[in-house]
Design a protein around this ligand. Structure first.
Ligand code: ZN
Length: 169
């Protein structure tokens, strides 16, 4: 099987096709969740979004709230919370979508493939044993936005639980 881990290509193509107003990783409002912006989780320091142009079903984006470009700009709290969230996301993606594996990646800089280079973000992409046809699957997902909303609804309660836990700390 060829290497499929090239989400930057799609980000690039689609980034040109649709430019969101403002920074994607700083959705308006203050709520912890927001379906319109596919925002699954927002606390004081980090956000988790469902990728609107997924490389596979359940493709998540995890970012600090601060508009930072480089991993060395993160403070220790952000570092810790991002790593914990990547772990939590892995747990709940496995629970809800049952992937056989996960890609977790960070593209720093345009030349490294970052579609949005000025705001650092991790990709988490669920992978299945027989997903070598997943470009077709993806194309289908992209033309049927309901799939994204269904995935959002599927994952939302788990992230709500994380938010509640956060508020009770
Ligand atoms: Zn930003």
């Amino acid at each position: 099987m060829k290497t499929l881990w090239t989400p930057w290509r799609m980000e690039h193509v689609l980034g040109l096709a649709e430019k969101p107003e403002g920074c994607l990783f700083e959705p308006p409002g203050t709520h912890g969740q927001d379906k319109q912006h596919l925002l699954l989780y927002r606390n004081r320091r980090i956000v988790v979004l469902l990728n609107r142009f997924p490389y596979a079903n359940g493709h998540l984006l995890v970012a600090p709230r601060r508009h930072l470009a480089d991993i060395t700009d993160l403070n220790s709290n952000e570092n810790r919370e991002l790593m914990t969230m990547l772990s939590d996301c892995s747990t709940l993606l496995r629970r809800r979508l049952h992937p056989d594996g996960l890609n977790i990646g960070l593209n720093l800089g345009k030349v490294a493939g970052a579609g949005i280079a000025d705001h650092l973000h991790f990709h988490i992409v669920p992978r299945w044993q027989d997903d070598h046809n997943f470009m077709t699957v993806c194309a289908e997902i992209r033309t049927i936005p309901q799939h994204i909303e269904m995935t959002f609804d599927l994952l939302r309660p788990d992230f709500k639980q994380l938010l509640d836990k956060e508020q009770n700390r």
